[in-house]
Design a protein around this ligand. Structure first.
Ligand SMILES: [Fe+2]
Length: 416
């Protein structure tokens, strides 16, 4: 093989290695170091450096070989220097103001060539090279190789910077998005407080329904995102009450048919309020609209049956009823836990979805048995409410009934 052909193959191999290095590595400094060593090794050069231009002006040496550390620190490169390097790109015998300014230092360090790395019409940095170890002069082929490799390294640095900017922007976007979500959550809580203030008998109701809904959804294996969404739906489920007359909401005993139908407008009204808002979670307006629907079709506003009711609405509905049964009202005391469990069993398959009730019962049982660290349900119900000896049995029996009762077989099927 002709020596020139051999050299060509060698150069070609070095370029391929360099390309792979630039494309493959995640570590920027490692990429620059290896690229520089490939360049020095290909031509057997004694020393060299790859320096990046920084925003402020001074060069930053990303890799050095055969030179003292920090030898080029403080080398300023201004816009005029960059322009002259741009003009000289593609040539090797560069002589310009920058080189003149640093001539003595460059000569003292044994630097013979200073080449700009140019990408998309911009100088991204400089490659400084010493002479060949053999003492030979550079041939025109050597210059070709040097120029090609310098271009490669420049592209590598440029790509790295773009990726860095991209990561920075993604991080900024993530932070902004988080902030927006936090604002949204705070607004929702403010709304929940406004709803609860209007209804003087059910203080904290919306907040508790949000928390119960979240606990049930998590027990049912919903994703964190979905769990957050249903918590919001719980906070907002009664938002439609904001448009119902305060006296009707606060009527202590039975209300007449006219007022009752006025009150029953609140789920549909809630939907009207929530639907135009762009929520970061799915289906929140529908969960509010259907939280008074029942599996047997006797609910409102649309009298939907079982499969027509979204699962989220079924969860909010159970959380809502559970809170209504377990809190005192001025005209009645709250019901005992035994009584509540009886109600849940009787109404599973009619008012409530069996698998939702089973999930809630499992979550309560976990707290009662001490399997859950945070005692959130206990906190909402008050310390003594779940203390009775019979509570674990009540819950275990309810869960097993929901899984075995043929009437509720569907609930068992769905639970799997
Ligand atoms: Fe409601």
């Amino acid at each position: 093989m002709e020596p020139s052909t051999q050299k060509l193959i060698h150069t070609f191999g070095a370029l391929a290695d360099l390309g792979q290095e630039i494309a493959g590595t995640g570590d920027f400094n490692e990429m620059v170091r290896t690229s520089m060593h490939l360049l020095l090794g290909t031509l057997a050069l004694r020393r060299g450096a790859v320096c990046e231009c920084t925003a402020g002006g001074p060069l930053r040496c990303a890799a050095l070989w055969g030179l003292n550390d920090h030898v080029f620190d403080g080398f300023e490169i201004d816009d005029a220097d960059k322009q002259s390097f741009l003009k000289a790109e593609g040539t090797t015998a560069i002589s310009n103001e920058f080189i003149e300014r640093h001539r003595d230092k460059l000569a003292a360090e044994g630097i013979e060539l200073v080449l700009p790395m140019v990408v998309r019409g911009e100088v991204t940095g400089l490659v400084l090279l010493g002479g060949k170890a053999s003492g030979e002069e550079f041939s025109s082929d050597d210059f070709e190789t040097i120029r090609a490799m310098v271009r490669h390294i420049g592209v590598g640095i440029h790509t790295h910077r773009l990726l860095e900017q991209l990561a920075q922007r993604a991080e900024e976007n993530r932070r902004l998005y988080e902030e927006l979500r936090a604002i949204y959550r705070d607004t929702v809580r403010a709304f929940a407080a406004a709803i609860d203030i209007k209804d003087k008998y059910t203080q904290g109701h919306s907040e508790r329904v949000g928390k119960y809904s979240e606990i049930i959804a998590r027990e049912m294996g919903w994703s964190e995102e979905e769990v957050e969404g249903i918590q919001i739906a719980g906070y907002l489920h009664d938002i439609g009450k904001l448009i119902v007359d305060r006296d009707i909401i606060n009527a202590p005993y039975n209300i007449d048919a006219k007022n009752s139908s006025e009150l029953n407008r609140h789920p549909a009204a809630g939907y009207e309020i929530l639907a135009p808002i762009n929520h970061p979670y799915a289906d929140i307006p529908l969960m509010a609209k259907y939280h008074h629907e029942r599996l047997d079709g006797r609910g409102y506003p649309d009298g939907l049956t079982d499969e027509q009711i979204p699962l989220g609405a079924k969860i909010v509905s159970l959380a809502d009823s559970f809170d209504a049964m377990t809190t005192d009202r001025p005209y009645r005391r709250r019901r005992s836990f035994e009584d509540v469990v009886r109600d849940l069993r009787e109404n599973s398959g009619k008012q409530f979805e069996g698998k939702v009730v089973a999930a809630f019962a499992r979550a309560i049982l976990k707290e009662v048995n001490g399997e859950t660290k945070e005692r959130r349900i206990t906190k909402m119900l008050g310390k003594s409410y779940l203390e009775g000896d019979q509570v674990p049995t009540l819950l275990t029996d309810l869960i097993s009934d929901l899984n075995n009762d043929p009437k509720l077989k569907k609930a068992a099927d769905l639970r799997r």
